[in-house]
Design a protein around this ligand. Structure first.
Ligand SMILES: CC(C)(COP(=O)(O)OP(=O)(O)OC[C@H]1O[C@@H](n2cnc3c(N)ncnc32)[C@H](O)[C@@H]1OP(=O)(O)O)[C@@H](O)C(=O)NCCC(=O)NCCS
Length: 231
C-alpha cells in the first residue's frame, strides 16, 4: 500500500498536507481548516507503518529502523525475545555503520511511520520523544541543549536537513523546521521555524506547483498560429 505522504517525500516533503490541497470552495485553506483537512490532519497522527516497511534488502534507513523495532519487540517478549533481540543488536550495528546515523536501540519513544529519507548523520538522544509520521532529514540532531531535558516532537513534524533541536523543547504537531535551523525554544503546532536561533516565520503566500500548470493552460488557449511559434 502506498502511503498518502510518500509522493511528498520526492518533492516538497516539508509542506503541510493541507497546503497542497486547495479547498473546492476556493476559500483560504490556512485560515480555517475544512472538515476534510481536519480529518486528514487527524489521520496523520495515526502511525502509518507502511512508511517503515523495507522494500528490498538494501534499504538502509528502513533496515536501521527495523532493527530498532525488532530489538524493542524482542525486549518486550521476555525470554522468548532474547535471541531476536541479540540478532537485532548485530543488525543495528551494521546498519548504523552503513548509514552513519546514531539512533540508539533504547530510543523507546520513536513514533511509528518515521521516515529518514537520507539517514546519514542523524543523531537522536535516546530519551527524545518523536510522534507518529515524522520526517527527519540528513544531519539532524535531536539532543540536549540550553534548556534542561530533550526534545519532544508531535505528530507529522518535518525536520529539514542539518537542523538541530536542542534541549527540552516541544515541537507541536505538523510543525516544520527549516534546513539548518537551531531550535532552542518551543515551536507551536502547524508553524514553520527557521534560522539560528530558530524563529517562527510567516509563509509567503504562493501556490507552489501551480505555475507550470498555468503556463501550460495559457499555451493551450493560444490560437494555432501563435501556438506553433511557441514550440
Ligand atoms: C522550512 C521551509 C520548508 C520553509 O518553506 P516555506 O514555508 O515555503 O517558507 P518561505 O520560503 O516562504 O520562507 C519564509 C521565510 O523564511 C525564510 N527561510 C525559509 N527557509 C529558511 C531556512 N532554511 N533558513 C533560514 N531562513 C529560511 C525565508 O527567507 C523567508 O524569510 P522572509 O520572510 O524574511 O523573506 C524551507 O525553507 C526548507 O528549509 N526546506 C527544506 C527542504 C529540504 O528538505 N530539502 C532537502 C531535501 S534532501
Amino acid at each position: 500500500m502506498q502511503s498518502r505522504l510518500e509522493p511528498d517525500l520526492a518533492g516538497d516533503a516539508l509542506r503541510a498536507p493541507s497546503e497542497s490541497t486547495p479547498r473546492p470552495d476556493g476559500a483560504d485553506s490556512t485560515s480555517s481548516p475544512s472538515a476534510e483537512d481536519s480529518q486528514h490532519l487527524a489521520s496523520l497522527s495515526i502511525p502509518d507503518w507502511s512508511r517503515e516497511r523495507c522494500r528490498r534488502f538494501w534499504d538502509p534507513s528502513r533496515q536501521l529502523l527495523k532493527s530498532i523495532r525488532d530489538y524493542q519487540r524482542g525486549r518486550s517478549r521476555g525470554l522468548r525475545g532474547i535471541l531476536p533481540a541479540k540478532l537485532a543488536v548485530l543488525r543495528h550495528r551494521f546498519w548504523s555503520l552503513v548509514t552513519g546515523a546514531d539512533i540508539p536501540l533504547n530510543t523507546w519513544a520513536l513514533g511509528g511511520g518515521l521516515v529518514l529519507p537520507h539517514p546519514n548523520g542523524v543523531v537522536i538522544h535516546p530519551e527524545t520523544t518523536i510522534g507518529p509520521n515524522c520526517i527527519v532529514f540528513q544531519q539532524v540532531t535531536l539532543g540536549t541543549g540550553p534548556r534542561p531535558g530533550v526534545p519532544r516532537l508531535g505528530a507529522n513534524v518535518n525536520i529539514g536537513p542539518g537542523a538541530k533541536v536542542l534541549g527540552g523543547v516541544v515541537v507541536g504537531d505538523h510543525a516544520r523546521i527549516g534546513a539548518n535551523a537551531v531550535v532552542i525554544r518551543d515551536v507551536p503546532a502547524g508553524t514553520t521555524a527557521v534560522g539560528v536561533p530558530a524563529v517562527v516565520k510567516q509563509r509567503r503566500p504562493r501556490e507552489v506547483g501551480r505555475a507550470p500548470v498555468r503556463a501550460l493552460e495559457s499555451v493551450r488557449t493560444l490560437p494555432d498560429r501563435d501556438r506553433s511559434s511557441t514550440g
